[in-house]
Ligand binder design. Structure first.
Ligand code: PRP
Length: 206
């Protein structure tokens, strides 16, 4: 049987994704980023799993080296790749927000924004007709306001612990975020029966 290849995001989505497979009775054991192995094959299920950085999942799917992928909506909005978004898996739920220092008085304009998500930030402030300078960082964006690099950040918030630890507060909500199942457009047609079968098994449990 030809493999159905699925690209999975390393990091916080991975554990929840593997739980989902367990719930649909697919026992894909030993898939963990600790092993440092990047490709896992399961002959019994005709499935191959790839572990990649979250931002790379849509790239592998768009190019067809993965038929399917599990990617956060944050990554899909930021990267806007040519892939089909099949299903909201309702996993790794969080929110995209604008946050500012706790002691910042309300109503003071924001001039500089630090973020890992420059496109999302740009489109949000553009819609508000609020011109801002966007500074792209690659992580720990909370450092932006703490060091005086920016007035605000655009980032994801899950538990809110990181904001609290760094004395930041939410100023604006941009959108809710969760993990999505995405498909390569050609695979979606060529492997449609296998993809549909997987989809209906997942739909049955979410
Ligand atoms: C994400 C995000 C926040 C944090 C929010 O960072 O950028 O920093 O999680 O989660 P919380 O609300 O539960 O505290 P991640 O752990 O992906 O690392 P990074 O900051 O290096 O990008």
């Amino acid at each position: 049987m030809e493999f159905l290849t699925i690209a999975l995001s390393k990091g916080r989505i991975l554990g929840e994704t593997m739980e989902l497979f367990k719930k649909i009775e697919m026992h894909l054991d030993n898939v963990s980023e600790e092993s440092r192995k990047l490709i896992f094959e399961f002959e019994d299920y005709g499935m191959r799993l790839i572990l990649s950085k979250p931002l790379d999942v849509p790239i592998f799917v768009e190019h067809g080296v993965a038929d399917l992928g599990v990617a956060g909506k944050d990554v899909l909005l930021e990267e806007s790749k040519d892939v089909f978004e099949l299903l909201d898996l309702n996993l790794a739920r969080c929110r995209m927000v604008v946050a500012v220092p706790e002691d910042r008085a309300p109503g003071i304009p924001i001039y500089r924004v630090a973020t890992k998500y420059p496109r999302i930030a740009e489109s949000f402030f553009l819609k508000k007709a609020q011109p801002v300078e966007i500074i792209k960082l690659n992580g720990s964006v909370e450092l932006g306001p703490l060091l005086g690099l920016s007035d605000a950040i655009v980032d994801i918030v899950a538990t809110g612990h990181t904001l609290k630890e760094n004395r930041l507060k939410i100023e604006d909500e941009i959108c809710p975020i969760s993990a999505r199942l995405i498909a390569n457009q050609v695979s979606f047609r060529l492997k449609s029966s296998r993809i549909q079968e997987l989809l209906s098994r997942i739909r049955a449990i979410i």
